[in-house]
Design a protein around this ligand. Structure first.
Ligand code: ZN
Length: 164
């Protein structure tokens, strides 16, 4: 039996084409710092913000897609993955979790469950070699800390190597 989560598509203008040669094989997990789903989507749909991600997940598990996963969202910034590839936006799917990123704000079960569901559905389309954090790929190292306090073991059984 399949459980579907509440899902909306609210398109962001902040995206581009992936390079023709790019193989999407990486998931980057973020936390928003912005306290609500609505305010995050508002930021991602404002041209002047120049940021976006493919998906945002609210604390209640509500998923909003802002950019097609076939396109290049603008979530990672200056970045390099654990294998030394730069421009992580080229080959990754960015997923933002609504969270204050203070290390104390919790990631509720409903939110993590929706994230797991989303990753499993993306796995039907892409062959992922890693799930990593914005903190791990942002350059210079230390530029980003998100998603601080995220319960990584809860993604350990999805069949994708974790590189938090
Ligand atoms: Zn981030």
């Amino acid at each position: 039996m399949v459980t579907y989560f509440p899902f909306d598509w609210i398109q962001s203008p902040n995206f581009g084409k992936r390079p023709a040669t790019a193989e999407v094989d990486t998931i980057v997990i973020h936390s928003t710092v912005i306290p609500t789903l609505e305010a995050t989507v508002a930021a991602f749909t404002r041209t002047s913000s120049q940021v976006s991600s493919h998906y945002v997940i609210g604390k209640d598990g509500h998923i909003v897609q802002c950019v097609s996963s076939f396109a290049r969202a603008w979530h990672a910034g200056v970045s390099e993955d654990p294998t030394g590839r730069k421009n992580v936006n080229d080959f990754s799917v960015g997923i933002e979790l609504v969270n204050l990123n203070d290390g104390k704000d919790p990631y509720p079960t409903a939110q993590v469950t929706a994230l797991r569901y989303l990753i499993l559905s993306l796995k039907r389309r892409f062959e992922f070699g890693q799930i990593t954090s914005h903190a791990n790929i942002a350059r210079p190292l230390g530029r980003k800390t998100d998603p601080l306090g995220f319960p990584w073991p809860q993604l350990a059984d999805l069949g994708i190597p974790l590189k938090p």
